[in-house]
Design a protein around this ligand. Structure first.
Ligand SMILES: *Cc1c(COP(=O)(O)O)cnc(C)c1O
Length: 357
């Protein structure tokens, strides 16, 4: 059983398992990993048509991603020293855990949340404590008034519930732990929430993390970033430069900069997804689903009659892929990413048919 070549630390790891990425997506309606149903900004796509891309790859990319960071800083009225970029926000998160949470005290995050957090804790030997979500899946900030915590991390909106925590509540959290870093993982913030990035000037302990994988339709590019006061960004750079000096390839730097600068496209894309989400929530409610209020590009829904697992299987047989989590408290729910209107109509039709049997 035990592999003699594996270190004990390696043998103990329990890696994160991402949602299924089928090899062929022909005829498959893919609503399981919260990707955008629409292609990215034409300005981002135009960068890929530029003729000199091949020669650009001959040299190492800018290790600081300076131009990209300047574009990001501009969007949030921050300085480039307040921006860190990484190879997907998962890499940014990994560096944040290493940089700020390796302490004797436990890190706090909700019992139901992004399941990569406990994996990073295990990788870096970080103790953690999980205040349970309230019965309606909301986060009760008072539950985070734990003396001697090593830090706090939560997604806002939360995953996989889609519930949003207003900024006033985030501020309370920041005030509870002024000596520790509070990371707000805003992977889904563009779908109706208000970013905590505007609090950065007032809170030296706030780190906000974004990704281009969801709202910018660039999951395949692998680009995420962190926003915070310069001393936190310097911390992330120390970790990054002890790990990989060139995490962002030269093409990704340019595509990401073009995508982020195209604010009009972002607003349009998110507007379409939000409109489809609201329509889909109404249709599924009418079928008897219990729907958690969502501010994300997915909905978390409990089917009537049928168990979530059997509905997941029945949808799969009809080539519709959604996400089912066989975990305490949420095993009655399905997480359904918002696709195109056409895809959601097929999903709703299939649910209607399956539930009527
Ligand atoms: C999707 C997601 C991420 C990861 O995004 P990448 O940039 O693709 O690595 C991080 N946090 C949450 C909460 C997510 O849902």
């Amino acid at each position: 059983m035990t592999n003699p070549y594996w270190s004990p630390a390696l043998a103990r790891l329990e890696p994160y398992v991402p949602g299924e990425q089928p090899k062929s997506t022909d005829r498959l309606i893919k609503l399981n990993t919260n990707e955008s149903p629409y292609p990215p900004s034409p300005r981002a796509q135009a960068v890929l048509q530029e003729g000199d891309l091949g020669d650009k790859l001959r040299l190492y990319p800018d290790p600081e991603s300076s131009e990209l960071r300047a574009v990001i800083a501009d969007q949030f009225a921050l300085a480039p020293e307040q921006v860190f970029v990484g190879n997907g926000s998962d890499e940014v998160l990994a560096h944040a855990f290493y940089s700020f949470f390796q302490r004797p005290e436990p890190l706090l995050f909700p019992d139901i949340t992004y399941s990569f957090y406990p994996v990073y804790c295990q990788l870096y030997g970080i103790e953690f404590q999980c205040p349970p979500l309230r019965d309606d899946f909301s986060i009760g900030v008072d539950d985070y008034a734990v003396a001697g915590a090593g830090g706090v991390i939560l997604p806002n909106p939360n995953a996989p519930t889609g519930r949003y925590l207003p900024l006033a509540e985030i501020e309370k959290l920041l005030k509870l732990h002024p000596q520790r870093v509070v990371v707000i993982d805003e992977a889904y913030i563009d779908f109706g929430g208000e970013s905590a990035s505007k609090l950065i000037a007032d809170y030296p302990n706030l780190l906000v993390i974004h990704t281009l994988s969801k709202s910018h339709a660039l999951a395949g590019l692998r680009l995420g970033y962190a926003l915070g006061q310069a001393h936190l960004i310097e911390g992330l750079n120390r970790t990054k430069n002890s790990f990989n000096s060139y995490p962002i390839d030269g093409i990704a730097q340019r595509v990401a900069a073009a995508a982020i600068a195209d604010r009009g496209w972002l607003a349009d894309n998110c507007g379409k997804v939000i409109a489809t989400r609201e329509r889909c929530c109404a249709a599924l409610s009418a079928l008897g689903f219990d729907i958690v209020p969502s501010t994300a590009n997915f909905i978390f829904a409990r089917p009537p009659v049928e168990s979530a697992e059997s509905l997941y299987q029945a949808l799969r047989q009809r080539n519709i892929l959604v996400r089912y989590f066989n975990k305490p408290r949420i095993s009655d729910y399905l997480r359904i990413s918002i696709g195109t209107d056409e895809e959601m109509d097929i999903l709703i039709g299939a649910c209607k048919e399956i539930l009527s049997h």
